[in-house]
Design a protein around this ligand. Structure first.
Ligand code: MTE
Length: 321
């Protein structure tokens, strides 16, 4: 089964996460080695989960045997402060978010600015499935099968000029739909930003779904950024605005606590958060293990260093945290 075919499967065919995982393992095995996949079929057994993350990573030999985080955990243990600050708030409260119709305004240093509907925004890009880790700054992590499009494919269509050194993203901030906006926990709207070369990197991704289903509201429907080598707070949800800028744009957490959250926010086990260590993470995967999940060592750039470290060549990453 090709990636495209998998993408086109109706969501009913992939509702059960166990089925999804088994199918995904087979797909992963196909992607890695034809021999392995044949052996798997002959035994009528699911081969080990050697899932390829992206074609680019496949070429560089990247594999993962990590178990996926359960759909229930991905969709009920969330950070989305517009719907409350407790992990269980967004899955309960975000049902009020209307995700259609959805427009995204693209502006700033580009030749073709404009406000476009979601479908139109994604038109130029080929849908893909990618399994990426999400590492939250609070110390937990998940392994999630996302659907979406490469960020670069979407951005290029607006023809950023040579003055576009950064890309700024903004989340919807609508009091009527988002009960958390009443509280000034964050200087709304939630904002994030990337350097343009980070945004154009092949691993940067705009997610529209997970586990073969449309993105649930609590996970940032209908459009959410995924930057797998950065802490989870960079992956801004429910994006309504993209702006190309010459100057480094402000970001929500940096404005709130500049001493704790820098612009780059690359996952780095050697730079502690001022109030806790970042050396290990609580991997939420398997069943019933959210709070007591196994702690594993955190990898530089969340394990994607081979692909992204060159972006930061010569930079002191303790200074530019
Ligand atoms: N985006 C918005 N708009 N508001 C938020 O509060 N939280 C961030 C990020 N994106 C947040 C957001 C943080 S801190 C994390 S860890 C991730 O979303 C969590 O994504 P998840 O709930 O899908 O796991």
């Amino acid at each position: 089964m090709s990636k495209r075919q998998l993408f086109k499967l109706p969501s009913s065919a992939v509702t059960d996460e166990t089925v999804y995982r088994a199918r995904r393992r087979l797909l992963g095995a196909f992607a890695v080695s034809p021999m392995l996949s044949l052996a798997g079929c002959a035994d009528a057994e699911v081969p080990p989960s050697t899932v390829v993350v992206t074609p680019e990573q496949a070429r560089s030999g990247f594999r993962t045997r990590e178990p996926l985080t359960r759909y229930e955990d991905v969709t009920s243990y969330n950070n989305f402060y517009e719907f409350g600050t407790d992990k269980s708030d967004p899955s309960r409260a975000a049902k009020t978010l209307r995700t259609s119709p959805w427009n995204v305004a693209v502006s700033g240093e580009c030749a073709k600015p404009g406000t476009v509907g979601l479908e139109d925004l994604l038109r130029a890009a080929t849908p893909e499935e990618r399994i990426y880790r999400l590492r939250c700054v609070e110390g937990w992590s998940m392994v999630i099968p996302w659907q979406g499009v490469p960020l670069s494919a979407v951005l290029k269509r607006f023809e950023p000029t040579s003055k576009a050194k950064y890309v700024a993203f903004t989340t919807l901030a609508d009091r009527a739909q988002m009960p958390g906006i009443r509280y000034r926990s964050i200087d709304w709207p939630y904002r994030e930003g990337l350097r343009i070369d980070e945004a154009m990197h092949p691993l940067a991704f705009l997610a529209t779904g997970l586990y073969g289903k449309p993105l649930p509201q609590q996970n940032g429907a209908p459009l959410r950024l995924v930057v797998p080598w950065k802490y989870g707070f960079k992956s801004i949800k429910s994006i309504v605005e993209i702006r190309f800028t010459e100057r480094m744009p402000p970001t929500a957490w940096n404005r709130l606590q500049p001493g704790e959250y820098g612009f780059y926010s690359n996952v780095n086990p050697d730079v502690d958060h001022p109030r806790w260590s970042q050396k290990t993470e609580r991997r939420i995967a398997g069943t019933g293990n959210r709070l007591f999940a196994e702690r594993i060592p955190t990898l530089p750039f969340n394990g994607y260093g081979e692909q992204v470290a060159a972006l930061y060549a010569g930079m002191d990453l303790k200074k530019w945290y």
